[in-house]
Design a protein around this ligand. Structure first.
Ligand code: AHR
Length: 499
């Protein structure tokens, strides 16, 4: 395929927060994941140093916490201060020791070097409790909650800028689910109280690509929101853990922009497209495996809803399919950088995350290397790309239907300071090498290039304890070929840097 790039034709500057992450009080994400007191690999605060190091390696810009479904019956006040009472988490039906709370979370964010992003309880919680949390985190000394933070050993405000009102309160599975009308009213009041506490906060609220829900939400409080949250898991396997194979996953890449376009249309129709950005604050190819989690079936046993969650820890599930898909999703966010301002990989640690922990170390799964490649080798300016004769390929989707998809997924970026062009080029074809020919206009004479690639032997390659089949490989700089044509290996995620 041929691509024309013009350095002057800029789609915009991507927000680094599209490489954001999410961590929830679920299974081994917090307890036994990043927070592992007593493990020799943990620091004085009980945080795994190897996990923090890996997070810094992909420059995590923002980390959403504590949920997810967990948050909709979470009482933040019971997880601060010297007395921590374990509570029964009714969302995930387990006891949470409450030893990891707001203070521990903010300290962890400081060690990672990322922005905290707190999702509040709009399930059983009230607008008052949500705004009390903002008082606790952000007021200097005024009121009882700022004084409580100081009493707990944190004299300086935490300055938490990003706050979400609720998580998926539209879904019947969520504790404290709301109707669209109720939701608009609650968000209005919560937004009012939060902004009264700290007008510098940036607020989002749970939403989805559904007209009625969003119209009610935006009609009631569009002028009080800075973001709108949408979530997406394409391979919905939370009841079965029957992961889609490579070809079926490639079919999902036809559905990367659907929700963004729906929300874009609605925001434009309501005249809010300049004020509100999309926070894609939970996304992952794979839905988390937690069968029977939300069922109220009489007499259900822990063998049916709790113990199966360990199967998320099977590293062989996370292959080049996850890497190639995730790269295509991140390309989509870059292409829509005028509207998508944040995206949070769900989650970052364990479950379907990019970092897997075990008592003696960590495994960097295939998706970790995609974040490493994108965060560290692409530019901040997104350039317009014109594709001549893009090739399609036929794949069989999850329903056994034939579907045509683009074989390559290409974005062009530019690093202003270094005068460096960096093209992310994904070859989705499982068997065939594909050629990408570039022509670059606009005061740029690239003299040499290098290819940085994430790949494995085959589509099912994965990383595990003591075995690394998927790697990020950076080639040496070479003189630019004439014509500027580059080979893209099968099932590969590549960044071609030209300087
Ligand atoms: O499967 C995990 C859940 O997915 C998160 O807790 C929730 O936000 C989403 O429905």
């Amino acid at each position: 395929m041929k691509c024309s790039i013009n350095i002057k034709r800029r789609l915009g500057r991507r927000n680094e927060m599209i490489y954001g992450h999410f961590i929830e009080h679920f299974h081994r994400q917090i307890y036994g994941g990043v927070y592992d007191p007593g493990n020799p690999l943990s620091d004085e605060d009980g945080l795994r140093k190897d996990v923090l190091e890996a997070m810094r390696g992909i420059k995590v810009p923002v980390l959403r916490w504590p949920g997810g479904c967990f948050v909709s019956s979470y009482n933040w006040k019971k997880a601060v201060g010297p007395k921590r009472t374990p509570f029964f988490d009714k969302a995930w039906r387990v006891e949470d020791p409450n030893t990891f709370g707001t203070d521990e979370y903010v300290k962890m964010c400081r060690k990672i070097g990322c922005e905290p992003y707190i999702c509040t309880n709009a399930g059983t919680g009230t607008a008052e409790e949500m705004s009390d949390w903002v008082e606790y985190c952000n007021l200097e000394t005024e009121g009882e909650f700022a004084k409580w933070r100081i009493e707990n050993g944190n004299p300086e405000p935490f300055s938490v800028k990003y706050w979400s009102i609720g998580n998926e309160n539209y879904g019947g599975w969520e504790i404290g689910a709301k109707s669209a009308e109720e939701w608009g009213r609650l968000v209005l009041e919560a937004a009012k109280m939060i902004k009264h506490v700290d007008p510098t906060t940036e607020l989002t609220a749970a939403a989805l690509a559904d007209l009625d829900w969003n119209i009610n939400l935006l009609k009631h409080c569009g002028n009080r929101l800075d973001w709108i949250s949408i979530h997406k898991y394409w391979d919905m396997i939370h009841e079965t853990n029957a992961c889609a194979g490579y070809e079926q996953v490639m079919a999902y890449t036809n559905d990367l922009e659907t929700d963004i376009n729906k929300v874009r249309g609605l925001l434009t129709a309501m005249g809010l497209e300049k004020q509100i950005k999309i926070a894609y604050d939970e996304w992952n190819l794979r839905g988390w495996y937690h069968p029977n989690a939300h069922t109220v079936k009489q007499g259900i046993r822990k063998e049916d809803y709790l113990y199966p969650r360990d199967k998320n820890d099977d590293n062989s599930l996370y292959t080049m399919a996850d890497a190639v898909f995730s790269a295509c999703f991140l390309n989509t966010c870059n292409r829509n950088c005028d509207l998508v301002g944040m995206a949070n990989f769900a989650p970052i640690v364990n479950t379907r995350g990019c970092i897997y922990t075990h008592k003696d170390g960590i495994v960097l799964r295939s998706t970790y290397h995609v974040f490493d490649l994108y965060v560290n080798y692409l530019g901040e300016q997104i350039l317009d790309v014109w594709e001549e004769d893009p090739k399609q390929m036929t794949v069989i989707d999850r329903l056994g239907e034939k579907t045509e998809i683009d074989e390559l997924d290409v974005i062009a970026t530019y690093r202003e300071m270094e005068k460096l062009v960096a093209i992310a080029a994904v070859n989705k074809n499982a068997e065939a090498t594909r050629q990408l020919e570039l022509s670059i206009q606009g005061e740029f004479a690239g003299r040499e290039y290098r290819i940085c690639s994430v790949n494995g032997e085959n589509v099912n390659s994965y990383n595990d304890i003591g075995s690394e089949q998927v790697k990020l490989v950076v080639e040496d700089w070479k003189p630019m070929p004439t014509p500027a044509a580059f080979e893209l290996a099968p099932h590969s995620v590549n960044v071609i840097q030209i300087r």
